[in-house]
Design a protein. Structure first.
Length: 227
């Protein structure tokens, strides 16, 4: 994963904790294309895999070579969902190419010039595997960082923090901080995904299953708030 930092001072002023940005309530986008899809997909014969990314606008190519299945997903916001996938399938994320731009300000003497497209990060050819479960119709694969790491547990967060050259922001910096607010944060992010799935699959055979999971996550959030 390559990262381009043109101005540390400028970028530091630009960065905000991406994990603290609330998500839009619009439905998930339809996949740009899908091949080898399951006909008449139901909660009994397939699984909806969904998750959350640290940056919007990342294109995710999923390939299930064993079943001739592929889908290109555009994470317009931060939530994403695959169309119903084969139970037990081995999915591979390929060619996740993205560039993060942000406005930058450069001062030349007394003159200030605004650069609209300062490159903050860039990355290409990220790849990781996802094993679709066989015992559940919905699978939240959790939070995926822009630096090619899952950060759904303290061990994963700690590994990212300690990685040489990693740029880390918006995540807990200690086990105590993680225990205080991060599990609740992850549950809220799953709820964001589920609300979009609820809108996308309203009136289909998936509606009851999605509503059931929403109720379960609400119970989890209620318990976490008591701590």
């Amino acid at each position: 994963m390559k990262k381009i930092l043109k101005s540390v001072a400028t970028i530091a002023a630009l960065l905000v904790p991406v994990l603290m940005i609330s998500c839009a309530s619009t439905p998930l986008k339809e996949p740009l294309y899908t091949n080898g899809m399951i006909e008449n997909a139901t909660p009994e014969n397939s699984v909806i895999v969904y998750g959350y990314t640290s940056e919007p606008g990342i294109k995710l190519m999923y390939v299930d070579e064993a079943n001739g299945w592929q889908a290109l997903i555009d994470t317009d916001d931060r939530e994403f969902a695959l169309p119903p996938a084969h139970k037990g399938a081995k999915l591979v994320l390929k060619d996740s190419n993205w560039v993060k731009h942000a406005p930058g300000v450069v001062q030349y003497g007394n003159r200030i010039v605004t650069e609209d497209y300062l490159t903050v990060y860039s990355g290409e050819n990220d790849e990781f595997n996802v094993t679709v479960p066989t015992d559940k119709p919905l699978y939240f694969m959790g939070y995926r960082s822009i630096q090619g790491a899952d950060i759904n547990s303290w061990e994963e967060v700690e590994a990212l923090i300690n990685r040489p050259g990693a740029l880390v922001f918006g995540v807990p910096k200690s086990k105590e901080e993680y225990d205080t607010w991060y599990p609740q944060y992850l549950a809220k992010r799953e709820m964001d995904c589920l609300k979009k799935l609820q809108a996308t699959y309203a009136g289909t055979v998936w509606e009851a299953t999605i509503n059931e999971r929403i109720a379960e996550v609400n119970e989890t959030l209620a318990e976490l708030k008591k701590k």
